[in-house]
Design a protein around this ligand. Structure first.
Ligand code: ZN
Length: 320
């Protein structure tokens, strides 16, 4: 397995890719490297905690002066000879999110970026929503006039049945219809009412070598996704971990976790197994570089990015 960076002409961004035999995994951030007020995501952090986190975290991911942490929103495209899968759907374009200004009525190059790596919406066979939070389902749909239609018309949309049941119940009981900042209405319901979700067990095999694993806590039915590339396993972490600073202190829990105690034990279990097995991680919210392995150090972990191969150099000219 090796990681490379690919420059996308015209859009002017660099994408990280993982190459494993015939399998290509591309990270497409729907939003990259946003400075997020640290306590808006980790309420318990003191200034001293932030300074400690700064010292042990990758460069540029913690700003103790500004009291911010850097977050990305990384969708992943898996291309194999048998299928194209999208893991998580970002925030999406044109969504009404007045209570989340950074997510409100966006206009991005997400679909152009997909097209630039050769993935038209029609080519996507599988869309997996690891959970149904607003920042993971946005690209499920796109606006056509006054309606929201599936962005990927030929895809099988996959979600864990416990997750779908939970948020369907919440939505049906809600008075304002604004479940998940409105994402249930504009990014989940239109799928239910058109192509339908494939609501599966939390440990289901989705395609050969592609499997869900239960990861409850952040959301009741959240899953992570494991890909066996034939050259090792890649684990798409969803929101089991939000930021590298959590790797050094397992007590740091995100404000948005439904069941913080369960989320913490899920996180510790997944990270411990990944460190022991040398699994390559593909985190949803870490800023670049995104692909890496964990080393375990005492009670904490360190994220070690895969070395990124230099772009292809011209063959050396030996004729002197
Ligand atoms: Zn998230």
């Amino acid at each position: 397995m090796k990681a490379i960076r690919r420059h996308i002409e015209g859009i002017g961004i660099e994408l990280e890719q993982l190459l494993a035999g015939p399998v290509v995994v591309t990270c497409i951030p729907d939003m990259a490297n946003v400075a997020w007020p640290a306590r808006a995501i980790f309420a318990g952090l003191s200034r001293a905690d932030l300074e400690a986190a700064f010292r042990r975290s990758p460069a540029g991911t913690v700003d103790p002066e500004g009291e911010t942490v850097a977050l990305s929103f990384n969708c992943y495209v898996i291309e194999t000879p048998d299928y194209v899968a999208l893991i998580d759907g970002g925030i999406g374009d044109g969504k009404e999110r007045p209570h989340r200004p950074a997510w409100h009525r966006r206009e991005t190059k997400f679909l152009d970026t997909l097209a630039a790596i050769g993935i038209s919406p029609e080519r996507v066979d599988i869309v997996i929503n690891t959970h149904l939070h607003a920042d993971h389902v946005g690209w499920n749909t796109r606006r056509e006039g006054e309606t929201w239609r599936p962005t990927f018309p030929n895809a099988r949309y996959v979600v864990a049945e416990t997750e779908l049941a939970h948020w369907t119940n919440v939505h049906e009981a809600s008075v304002d219809g604004n479940t998940l900042h409105g994402a249930f209405a504009d990014s989940v319901l239109p799928i239910i009412r058109s192509v339908g979700f494939d609501a599966v067990a939390s440990d289901a095999e989705i395609a050969p070598g592609l499997r869900l694993k239960p990861a409850p806590g952040h959301s009741p039915g959240m899953v992570v996704v494991a890909l066996d590339t034939g050259e090792g396993e890649v684990l798409f972490l969803a929101d089991a971990v939000h930021h590298p600073l959590q790797l050094g202190d397992d007590a740091i829990v995100c404000n948005f976790c439904e069941d913080p105690i369960l989320a913490r034990s899920t996180r510790i279990g997944l990270l411990g197994a990944a460190a022991a097995r040398g699994t390559v991680l593909a985190p949803y919210h870490f800023p670049a570089p995104v692909f890496g392995r964990l080393t375990a150090e005492a009670a904490s972990f360190r994220f070690v990015p895969l070395q990124i191969d230099a772009p292809g150099q011209p063959a050396p000219n030996n004729a002197r």
